[in-house]
Design a protein around this ligand. Structure first.
Ligand code: ATP
Ligand code: MG
Length: 330
């Protein structure tokens, strides 16, 4: 699917908890800017498992595997049974997490504006753990040249399109063979691009991110490092209600807020819809609707700056108050 070849098929999976409240809000935003999208709504998560015995019904999986893009909310206890197969269904190799401090939101580090591009298929997540003797366990870590090349290329392309720079995160001084391959491959790919790049040991990077996040732009990471560092950076901007993400494949992709089901506030109608709306903006850009994506991001950003604010940002507005404000700005 590109902007040129007919209606985009978008699968919408609200899931559980606040997913049911914020995903419909984001769908309204998509409908407002995407004149010829076709939406299909599908179930996944705890509620559908209770009914049918399956957290990710075959039908939902197939819809996502054949859609141009999928917008997902959150799943509760069944999260791992839902999100891992869904990411596989869209053949995603990159997890992309922009972390940005928005004016009006009391971020710990107001200068933060960076993007994690995390390898999403291997590392320790593809490894085999075993107990080789009582009290003795091991883990195999998998790093391939092909997956390293794919993620590095995605990161450098992303930076090249936006005129930004790349930092390659690694721990090749200890994991000489595995992260050595990751680093060498990323260097080789980076040399093909007219993009400034540097390298950082992931532990030192964690410290620098806390102190001077404004120095970073696009951070290309192995799987586990990306998982930990992107959550660390999320803490710098404060507020899971603000952070979008994408799981990107060559043909399709899955967009989801970083937050989960937020059981503490679910059902009250006060969840912040910004994260999933910003995920929808990423979806639009992935499909080639750059202007529409930018319009959504601007409307969400302007609403964050001026209010109304949901309780997580210190206000007393509801999800629908915020949604109306964003729609009005669109
Ligand atoms: P899960 O197991 O589904 O991840 P959780 O208890 O970890 O559930 P999260 O959804 O990860 O909850 O949220 C963590 C905290 O951040 C909760 O206190 C929640 O209320 C808050 N939070 C998360 N997302 C939002 C949002 N969109 N709006 C407001 N608050 C949110
Ligand atoms: Mg959580």
């Amino acid at each position: 699917g590109t902007a040129a070849d007919g209606p985009e098929r978008i699968v919408v999976i609200p899931g559980d908890g606040i997913g049911k409240e914020v995903v419909p809000a984001a769908r309204e935003v998509l409908e407002a800017v995407g004149p010829d999208f076709e939406f299909e709504e599908a179930d996944a998560g705890d509620a559908v498992k209770a009914e049918t015995g399956e957290a990710l019904p075959e039908e939902t999986r197939d819809l996502a595997a054949n859609a141009d893009a999928t917008l997902f909310g959150a799943a509760g206890e069944t999260a791992a049974d839902v999100i891992i197969p869904l990411r596989r269904a869209v053949d995603s190799f990159a997890n992309v997490r922009p972390v940005r401090a928005y004016p009006g939101t009391d971020a710990l580090q107001p200068g933060t504006d960076l993007v994690f591009v995390r390898e999403n298929t291997e590392g320790v997540y593809a490894g085999h753990e075993s107990e080789i003797a009582p009290g003795v366990t091991t883990l195999t870590r998998v790093v391939t040249e092909s997956a390293s090349e794919e993620i590095a290329r995605y990161g450098f392309e992303y930076a090249a399109e936006r005129g930004s720079r790349v930092t390659i995160a690694h721990k090749a001084n200890v994991m000489r063979t595995t992260d050595g391959l990751f680093l060498d491959t990323a260097r080789r790919v980076g040399a093909e691009y007219d993009v400034d790049a540097d390298e950082a040991l992931m532990d030192a990077l964690a410290m620098h991110l806390v102190q001077r996040p404004e120095e970073y732009d696009v951070v290309v990471c192995p799987n586990l490092a990306g998982d930990v560092l992107s959550d660390l950076a999320a803490g710098l901007v404060g507020g899971l209600g603000l952070l979008p993400s994408a799981n990107v494949g060559d043909e399709r992709a899955l967009f989801e807020p970083v937050h989960g089901t937020a059981p503490d506030i679910a059902g009250q109608g006060v969840a912040n819809p910004s994260a999933v709306m910003l995920s929808a903006a990423m979806l639009l850009e992935y499909l080639g609707y750059d202007d529409a994506g930018e319009r959504v991001r601007s409307a969400v950003t302007a609403t964050l700056e001026s209010g109304p604010h949901t309780p997580d940002l210190g206000g007393d507005a509801t999800t629908s108050d915020v949604t109306e404000a964003v729609l009005a700005k669109l």
